[in-house]
Structure formats: structure tokens, C-alpha cells
Design a binder for this molecule. Structure first.
Ligand code: ADP
Ligand code: MG
Length: 747
């Protein structure tokens, strides 16, 4: 046989052309590396049968079951016969049918056990697999004896065209042919002592045998430990390298000495900064005073006052003659940031206008420019000129701004607010555009609190600052769950309360999961890892009305129930201008009540908002509800948040809502969230672009391994920055970077 030519060796030629094609189309497995890294999802025991009761209609499944009965029927209408095989797990049974394949009777004998792979369907109220692929386990034929000699049967993620045992056979072919050569590809086998010895894990061949062809459970565990460590190390090495690359760029230092602008700003602030804001401010000042570009994440709960912190840093850059840009995820937020910054700056943000005369003596202000996709071309041109000439010191826009050909006179700081995936795309865009010798400082802000090891895995290339408290004197927000089925009277009380709040001159938000009945999905939010989309797909909990509250319907009802109020819709299908008008109306009081989708989830700041009602609240995740609720109680007025849901008490959905009602502490809720949610959904995946690369590693459970890998990655790169002495590790890191770049491109 040919020798192994690295992980990239094509499967074609090893497993036969037809199989190779199916492997590629069905599962994306092209190379030896792809196949060996396609780990079993679970292990079945030879003696153990799959619980048939747990099978879900339309799922592709692999079932271990015993044949209980075999019958053949003639079909009346057509010519031909049906072979019906009843299989059982000892409790429940499943029908397996084959048309015109009576010869299968010879293999499918009562009392034998088999693996059956197919798509579950329901026929006359009974679950069945029509024409499944199968292997009979007790069959003594040479081929099966080879594959199922052990007591432990790996069950691989499979698909319609590739069964788990085909994967198993292909893996066996590869391991038999190349097992001895695997050592050369082991990313942990370099160094003296080797990385593997330092980490105290088994070698690659042992691990591959243990994960794919185990005979005992401790073998699987040993293999898993080693593979998880390897995954963590490759990931951390990639992140530390990325960090070193960023630190290799030169930034212009922006020392704060003599920043009159910042002092003038601080003394004009209508409130005192919190200790946390000052501390984080000092960390940022120290960062941007260096000639290494800042790469910092600022995490702080909703309402903790991140914008002011960012603005102070932006002013330092302006005072130094540079420019700063603030990127928001939506046009509404960008417009609001621009308005908020202008009002906080007062005359300091009016350079070149008469108002500037009011600025403190000797302090030069700057111009704040808003640049969004919907700006008219004349405005746009003026904005672009102000940015290119350096007249505009502070630029606010949506993230599209980085992709466009906006020329800055001297861009010194980029602040990325509340972005998907912690600004991964934005940072990548910057890396493509910014000159290496004048790279801007970068600050990413998020209100989604993240446990340390998750942070380390998801954006281990950033430093992290945390604002852990909201400013004192913030009003209370009482949160209650309202069940319209169990307590219909509470619904009337809810409308009455809305009327009272509006009567008192306050603002009210009604939030719905959908815009109208045609809206297939809830609007995309900036926290998509959080929205329990998979749960929303499953049929509603008993007692849940099938239809979901829509902006359209709630708007109708609100107009009927609150005839004197000024009510407006707010959602993503409205034009930027219309959304703006509603936001402005809410700020001024022209609009009393907004019926909206989650567009208001991030950042929207209306201090007079005192009441929020979330309809079908069980459609949202914990963190998302917390974000939504953060829109009220932002001023000094106490607020009330009502979570409307008919999820019965004790159901998981209701538990999530109760958790949100029980505390306003975002960090506590994030931890609750992690406990409740399945590990795979934790930020690790969709927010970082790493879903494709996390295989066995679990960011929460494998926390210790992640820390260990981080430390080792740092010391390896400190000694050997190019990893010249660790070529296999470097190759794995390069492969990972490519995979992630491709993943980000696709999404
Ligand atoms: P977030 O961290 O959620 O982005 P913001 O920056 O929007 O929070 O701040 C929320 C509100 O709190 C704003 O109206 C802001 O002006 C106000 N704020 C910020 N810092 C303080 C402070 N130290 N004391 C009182 N209010 C503050
Ligand atoms: Mg904010």
C-alpha cells in the first residue's frame, strides 16, 4: 500500500471511488485527516439495545435492535411483496419494511441482532424504517466478524448515504494501513521533553485506536483526554499566535498627558463616573499610550455604562490629533450613539459651528459624524470629506463602514459595540485594511458576560476588562411571569398598568417574537447563540397556543385597548428613517408605546421607558431576555417587566423565565444559562466562528485542560515564536486558521 502522505492524503484510492464520493458529499470527509477526526458520537454496547421509544420522526438514526418477527405479505394493488421485520428493544418495537426483497429473509432471522440505519417515519400510527441499511451483528461472516469483534460499537455521525459501519470500516482500513506512521504526524510529539510528555497524555496512535476501536471504556477515556488536550493546544496556539501577530503591528501611541479635552468632558458629565469606569478607563489609557495596538474586550452588564468609557478613550485619541470610530450593529443603534455622543459632548462636539464658542477656553472640540448605509448621497459625501480631512474626529457608523472605501486622515481607535462573535469579522476586516505601521487600537464591547475559559477559547487573542457593577442609584425593575391561561385576570391588569404608565408620561415597550404571520423566524438578534431556535422548532409545550405573538396583532390590540396612546411599530423591515423617527419619538415623548421585535434588544437607550411586556417570552433565551429588560429602568424611574408565557410551571421554558425574574445580575444569569443550555450551544460555536473546529473540546467541562493548554502554548511560542521546532503543531494551527477563515466566509 502507498505510504501516508500527511493528513491531506485523499480517501479516494483507499476506500474506493464510490465510497469516497459518498463520504465527501454526505459528510464532507475528503482526506485521511477528515476521516480520523470524525469521531464517534457515542458507543453502543453489543449487549445493549437502542431505546426505540426515544426515536423522533424524520430523524436519521442508527438503531441496535433484536429481530422479533419476520413476515412476508403479497401486495394487492401492485405485483410484488413486502418483507416486514418487527424489531424490538425489549420494551417497544419498530417496523422495518422492504419491498420486493424477500431474499433478505435469509439474513434477517428471528433472535438475531442488527444495526439498522435509516430515517424514521410513521405509517398507520406506527414508527417504521423503510428500506434501512443494516448489518446483522451475530452474522459470523468474515466481514462482520472483523467489524464487530469488540463488545463496544462506535456510532458515528452518519447520513442517508453513509452508514456508521461504512465509516467504521473505512477507519479500520486507514488505521491498519497507516497506524504505525501516525507518530510522524503527531502535533504533540516534538520538543525535548516532548509536548506530549509535558502534558502527560498518550500518543496519537493509541488515541486513534482508543477512540475508533476501543475494547474497554478506560481506553476511550484515555483517548478522549489526549484528543481534547490536542484540540485545546492547537486552538490556544492559534490564538496566541494571532495575538503576537497583532502585537507585531505598530500603533501610534496616544498618551493622555495634557488631554484638556477629556478633562473638559469629565467635568461636564452630568454624573460621577463609577470606580469601575475609572479603573477600566485607566487600563485602556495605558494600552493606547503604547505603540502596540490595543486588543481589548470590555464586558459589562447591560446599563453598566460602557459607552462613556469608550467615549473617553476616543477623546484621548482626538486630543492627540487622531480619529476614533464607533461601530454599532444596526443603523438604529448607530444613530442613537451619534445622538447620545453629541449630547454628552455638548459644545465639545460642535467644532466649526457657532456653538463651539461655548467650549472651555483653550480646548479644541471636534466634529461627530454619522455614516450609515441609508444616508443620502449628498450627506454621505460631506461626511466622507470630513472624515478624509480629519475634521471629523469622532465617526459613528455600522460595521459596513470597515468594508467600504472610507479614507481616514488618521484613524487611531476603533470601538466595536455589541457585535456578533465579538467583532471577529470586524477585526479581520481591519487586519486586511489597516497599515502595519499605523494600526488602530481596538476595543470590543459586549454585554454578554462570559466565563473565563469560554472567553479564553472564543477570543483568546483579546485582553479582557470587566465592568462588574451598574452605576448606583439605578432604579429597580420588578420582573414577573404572566401566564394568560392560568391567570387570565393578570392580562387585564397588564393592559391597565400600561395605560397607567403612559398616563404618567412614561414610555412602554411591547416585544414580540415575530413581525407578522408570514415572518418565518424571529428576527435575527445580535445574540444568536442565545436564542433557543432548536426549541422553537419543536412543537410547543402543552398548553402553549400554536400561534406566536406578532407585532401586527399586538399593535391592533394595543390600539383597541389604549385608544388615547400614541403607538408605533418598530422592527427590522422598516426603513432606517422610519425606525429613527420612532426612536426619536420615544425619546421626546411623541411616541408612548412601541410594539417591536428584538431590534430593541441591544443598546437602545430611552431613560423614560418604565415598562416592558415580552409576549411569548419562552421563545427567547435567558441572556436575550436580560438584554431586552435592560432597555427599561435606565433612568431613575423604577420599571416593571412582564414576561408573558403559557409555559406550564415546572417546564424548562418556565424555569428559564423564573430565573430571569429572580435576578437582574447578568453574570449570575449567564451562569444559570450555561447550566441549563446544552454545552454545544455555549458561545464556543456560532459567536466565534469556531463551531467547525470544536470537535471533542467542551468549553465549560474542559476548563482545566484549556487553561493548561494556554499556558503551554504561551511558553512554546515564547521559546520558539515561529514553531520551527514544532512543525506538526504549526501545520495543525495553519489548518485550523484556514478552516475558520472558510467558515467565516460562508456565514
Ligand atoms: P451599556 O453598558 O449598556 O452600553 P450605556 O453606556 O448605554 O450602557 O449607559 C447606560 C446609561 O447610564 C446611559 O444613559 C449613560 O449615560 C448612563 N451612565 C453611564 N455612566 C453612568 C454613571 N457613572 N452614573 C450614572 N449614569 C451613568
Ligand atoms: Mg451599549
Amino acid at each position: 500500500m502507498t505510504s501516508l502522505d500527511g493528513w491531506g492524503t485523499k480517501l479516494r484510492g483507499l476506500v474506493g471511488g464510490r465510497s469516497a464520493g459518498a463520504f465527501e458529499r454526505g459528510l464532507g470527509l475528503v482526506t485521511v485527516g477528515d476521516l480520523l477526526r470524525h469521531y464517534p458520537r457515542r458507543y453502543a454496547e453489543r449487549g445493549e439495545l437502542t431505546a426505540i421509544a426515544g426515536l423522533v420522526d424524520k430523524d436519521h438514526v442508527t438503531v441496535v435492535a433484536e429481530i422479533a418477527k419476520v413476515t412476508t405479505r403479497r401486495m394487492r394493488s401492485k405485483k410484488g411483496s413486502i418483507l416486514e421485520v418487527l424489531v424490538t428493544d425489549g420494551t417497544d418495537s419498530l417496523d422495518i419494511t422492504f419491498f420486493n426483497q424477500q431474499w433478505r429473509e435469509r439474513e434477517l432471522k428471528v433472535g438475531r441482532r442488527g444495526l439498522f440505519a435509516g430515517t424514521v417515519s410513521t405509517y398507520r400510527g406506527r414508527r417504521q424504517l423503510a428500506h434501512p441499511q443494516y448489518v446483522v451483528l451475530d452474522d459470523a461472516s468474515a466481514e462482520n466478524a472483523m467489524n464487530f469483534a469488540g463488545a463496544i460499537i462506535p456510532v458515528y455521525p452518519s447520513c442517508k448515504t453513509v452508514t456508521t459501519w461504512q465509516i467504521q470500516r473505512a477507519v479500520a482500513v486507514v488505521l491498519d494501513a497507516f497506524g504505525e506512521e501516525l507518530g510522524e504526524l503527531d502535533p504533540l510529539e516534538s520538543g525535548d521533553p516532548t509536548i506530549r510528555q509535558q502534558a502527560g497524555v498518550c500518543d496519537l496512535r493509541t488515541a486513534m485506536e482508543g477512540i475508533h476501536r476501543p475494547t474497554t471504556y478506560p481506553q476511550i477515556e484515555q483517548a478522549r483526554q489526549r484528543l481534547v488536550f490536542e484540540e485545546a493546544l492547537v486552538l490556544q496556539t492559534a490564538l496566541v499566535e494571532r495575538r503576537l501577530v497583532a502585537q507585531g503591528h505598530r500603533a501610534r501611541p496616544r498618551p493622555i498627558q495634557g488631554s484638556d479635552l477629556r478633562e473638559a468632558f469629565d467635568s461636564a458629565l452630568p454624573f460621577a463616573l463609577t470606580d469601575g469606569q475609572r479603573e477600566v478607563g485607566a487600563e485602556i489609557s495605558a494600552d493606547i499610550a503604547r505603540d502596540v495596538p490595543m486588543q481589548r474586550l470590555l464586558q459589562g452588564d447591560v446599563g453598566s455604562g460602557k459607552t462613556v468609557v469608550a467615549l473617553r478613550a476616543m477623546l484621548d485619541v482626538v486630543a492627540d490629533g487622531g480619529q476614533a470610530v464607533l461601530l454599532a450593529p444596526t443603523e438604529v443603534l448607530a444613530a442613537q450613539h451619534a445622538a447620545g455622543i453629541r449630547s454628552l459632548l455638548g459644545p465639545l462636539g460642535q467644532a466649526g459651528t457657532l456653538l463651539e464658542a461655548d467650549a472651555p477656553e483653550g480646548v479644541r472640540g471636534t466634529q461627530v459624524v454619522l455614516l450609515t448605509g441609508s444616508a443620502r448621497s449628498r450627506e454621505r459625501r460631506a461626511a466622507l470629506e470630513a472624515i478624509a480631512s480629519g475634521q471629523a474626529g469622532l465617526v459613528v457608523g455600522t460595521h459596513a463602514l470597515l468594508e467600504e472605501t472610507v479614507e481616514f486622515a488618521d484613524l487611531g481607535l476603533v470601538v466595536i459595540d455589541e457585535q456578533h462573535r465579538f467583532g471577529v469579522e470586524q477585526r479581520a476586516a481591519l487586519a486586511r485594511r489597516a497599515p502595519d505601521d499605523n494600526y488602530p487600537h481596538v476595543l470590543v464591547m459586549t454585554a454578554t458576560p462570559i466565563p473565563r475559559t469560554v472567553a479564553m477559547t472564543v477570543f483568546g487573542d483579546l485582553d479582557v476588562s470587566t465592568l462588574s457593577h451598574v452605576p448606583a442609584g439605578r432604579a429597580d425593575v420588578a420582573t414577573h411571569v404572566v401566564n394568560p391561561i392560568a391567570q387570565p385576570a393578570h392580562v387585564d391588569r397588564m393592559w391597565q398598568r400600561a395605560a397607567e404608565e403612559i398616563g404618567a408620561g412614561h414610555r412602554v415597550f411591547f416585544v414580540c417574537p415575530r413581525i407578522d404571520r408570514h415572518d418565518p423566524e424571529q428576527e435575527t438578534s445580535s445574540h444568536d447563540a442565545d436564542s433557543p431556535a432548536s426549541e422553537a422548532d419543536t412543537p410547543g409545550t402543552p398548553g402553549t397556543p400554536v400561534s406566536t405573538a406578532t407585532v401586527e396583532d399586538v399593535l391592533d390590540e394595543a390600539r383597541r385597548r389604549l385608544p388615547d396612546a400614541s403607538i408605533a411599530p418598530l422592527h427590522g423591515r422598516m426603513s432606517a428613517e422610519d425606525k429613527d423617527a420612532v426612536m426619536t419619538g420615544l425619546a421626546s415623548g411623541e411616541v408612548d408605546l412601541a410594539v417591536s421585535t428584538t431590534v430593541i434588544e441591544v443598546g437602545v437607550d430611552v431613560p423614560a421607558a418604565t415598562m416592558m411586556v415580552v409576549f411569548d417570552a419562552d421563545r427567547f433565551g435567558i441572556s436575550q431576555l436580560h438584554q431586552l429588560r435592560g432597555r427599561i429602568g435606565r433612568g431613575t424611574l423604577p420599571g416593571v417587566c412582564l414576561l408573558v408565557s403559557s409555559a406550564p410551571s415546572g417546564s424548562p421554558a418556565r424555569e428559564r423565565l423564573d430565573a430571569v425574574a429572580a435576578t437582574r445580575d447578568g453574570f449570575e444569569l449567564a451562569n444559570r444559562d450555561l447550566q441549563i443550555r446544552r454545552e454545544g450551544d455555549v458561545l464556543g460555536g456560532s459567536q466565534s466562528g469556531m463551531r467547525s473546529s470544536l470537535r471533542l473540546l467542551r468549553v465549560v467541562e474542559d476548563a482545566e485542560t484549556i487553561v493548561q493548554a494556554r499556558t503551554l502554548a504561551e511558553s512554546l511560542l515564547a521559546e520558539d515564536p515561529s514553531l520551527a521546532g514544532h512543525p506538526a503543531l504549526q501545520a495543525a494551527v495553519t489548518a485550523l486558521d484556514t478552516e475558520q477563515a472558510e467558515f467565516l466566509d460562508k456565514t
